[in-house]
Design a binder for this molecule. Structure first.
Ligand SMILES: [Zn+2]
Ligand SMILES: [Zn+2]
Length: 333
């Protein structure tokens, strides 16, 4: 391979695919060289493309959801072989701070995530630290493996709900991440999964993935109470609703990225021990869970991958990802 194919947001609202001469540098002992196979397009990248992201701005290389094949391993790397299929954790942890020492790389501040503050993964070949590489089973189709990041988000999120509140749960929002959270809750045996989602097609998918009941906006009775509410939207309206519909002693998990400050009525939260938690990305074990669920066929991917574009058509992939009926759009390298 002598050409590096690279997806680039060259300016605001513009995506190009660059062909560059491939520069091969020698690996450090703890590094791994990989060939990118598929990359998922994420909603957070669309915000970057439109210049609506707080710290990532074009021009830049996007990409944080990739599956790869291992090309070469550094001299000190163990457990990773040439030819292994793998997924890459995009969190470029400092490995020095108290959070990193606890192996909570998702809490390393400021977060260095590939495709945001750190260089994106949208290249045909990458060199990454070995601890960012999670080897997968060869039995998993590569295309499906590209969903591991989304699954890691889902499993981490439902683990934020304490065991005693895993009965009747309300999940607000059934986009890509919402559907992953629904599947994770189902796989982890939450008793009754209720879902609010405006799009009828996505409501149908939510039911297919184990939802007990689904509602369009405004359909859920206000006096219905839940052991836990997972808000994958996190606007003023949905967070206020979450606090109304969670029972006394229940848990609200903020999963969606709030785009601005919200005002909440904390009186009933304090008096009745309604706990507010949050879920931010994932930790190492979540990747192993994601890969295992794919291997066992527990996590369903068929309807979640709506489109696959060649890397040369990366601009079309980012266009398609902005249409309401797309779920996960992949770019094939
Ligand atoms: Zn993402
Ligand atoms: Zn750190």
């Amino acid at each position: 391979m002598t050409v590096l194919k690279q997806v680039k947001f060259d300016k605001i609202n513009s995506v190009i695919t660059e062909m560059l001469p491939l520069e091969v540098r020698e690996l450090q002992p703890h590094e791994v060289r990989v060939a990118t196979k598929f990359m998922g397009v994420c909603g957070s990248e669309i915000h970057v493309l439109h210049d609506g992201h707080p710290f990532a701005k074009p021009p830049m290389v996007p990409g944080h959801e990739v599956c790869v094949e291992v090309l070469e391993v550094g001299s000190a790397v163990t457990g990773i072989q040439v030819g292994d299929p793998a997924v890459l954790d995009p969190i470029m942890a400092c490995m020095e701070c108290p959070a990193c020492k606890r192996e909570q790389y998702n809490l390393c501040e400021p977060p260095q995530v590939a495709g945001f503050r750190a260089p994106g993964f949208g290249k045909s070949e990458l060199v990454v630290p070995a601890h960012n590489v999670h080897v997968a089973s060869k039995s998993i189709p590569m295309e499906q493996l590209a969903l591991a990041e989304v699954i890691a988000c889902g499993t981490h999120c439902v683990d934020r709900v304490p065991q005693e509140n895993r009965g009747k749960v309300l999940i607000i929002g059934a986009g890509t991440i919402g559907l992953s959270v629904i599947q994770a809750a189902f796989i982890k045996n939450f008793k009754e999964i209720h879902v609010i989602e405006p799009d009828p097609g996505k409501r149908k998918l939510a039911e297919k993935y184990g939802a007990y009941a689904t509602y369009a906006i405004g359909e859920l009775p206000e006096d219905e109470r839940f052991d836990a509410v997972i808000d994958v939207v996190s606007t003023q309206a949905t967070l206020a609703q979450s606090l109304v519909q969670v029972r006394a002693g229940g848990t609200v998990v903020i999963m969606g990225v709030p785009s601005k400050p919200v005002e909440l009525n904390l009186g009933p939260v304090q008096r009745f021990e309604r706990d507010i938690r949050s879920s931010g990305m994932y930790v190492s074990k979540d990747w192993d869970v994601a890969v295992e669920w794919l291997k066992q066929g527990l996590f369903k991917t068929e309807d979640m991958i709506t489109d696959v574009f060649a890397v040369e058509d990366a601009d079309k992939a980012y266009q398609r990802a902005q249409e309401a009926d797309s779920i996960k759009v992949l770019i094939k390298f």
